[in-house]
Design a protein around this ligand. Structure first.
Ligand code: 5GP
Length: 170
């Protein structure tokens, strides 16, 4: 399956100069969606994954079916104020200003093996914040997987030491 063919590139979104990789065109194609999820899950099927963690919002669309395929649980990571029960928070820097992510305090037990799933790896900031939350709760990051990797932003270098797998790379 040529996944790149299914991903739409939108010029100047959300800002001038950005070539946004739009996965909605892949998700709406049943055959491509199934093949992509099977390939992402397949790389980790022998890794005894207990939980898949997906950052909102596209990490839900990709992470939940990967969790289902692996027979693992799914844990949402969200922007502040969205999760109803007690949470922990990790703040991280953006180009301008800060952002933060939260997870439920009881979402992960010490020693559980966790796979992080998101649609796209850019600078790695979102993933590093997600790793910080998982490790603070005592989870073990057994792998990290993306549909898309923007290799020219060198996010993979910032994730050195972790097992990073992506479907397609630009
Ligand atoms: P990072 O934190 O690695 O710099 O950025 C990755 C996050 O930004 C991911 O959660 C991803 O959903 C979002 N993102 C950044 N650029 C794009 C893009 O071109 N396409 C899509 N689908 N998501 C993007």
């Amino acid at each position: 399956m040529n996944f790149k063919e299914k991903i739409r590139v939108v010029m100047d979104f959300p800002e001038p100069g950005i070539r946004f990789k739009d996965i909605t065109t892949l998700l709406k194609d049943g055959e491509a969606f199934q093949a992509a999820i099977n390939q992402l899950a397949g790389s980790f099927k022998d890794q005894q994954i207990d939980l898949v963690v997906g950052p909102e919002a596209r990490g839900f669309a990709v992470g939940a079916p990967v969790a289902y395929a692996l027979g693992a649980g799914f844990i949402p990571v969200r922007k502040p104020g969205k999760l109803p029960a007690e949470t922990i928070r990790h703040q991280y820097s953006l180009e301008y200003g800060h952002d933060a992510l939260e997870v439920h305090k009881d979402a992960i037990l010490p020693g559980q093996r966790v796979l992080i799933v998101d649609d796209l790896l850019a600078t790695g900031g979102t993933t590093l914040a997600t790793i910080a939350l998982i490790e603070e709760l005592g989870g073990e990051v057994a792998g990290i997987t993306f549909m898309i990797e923007l290799s020219y932003l060198q996010g993979r270098e910032r994730l050195a030491g972790y097992n990073v797998v992506s479907l397609v790379s630009y």
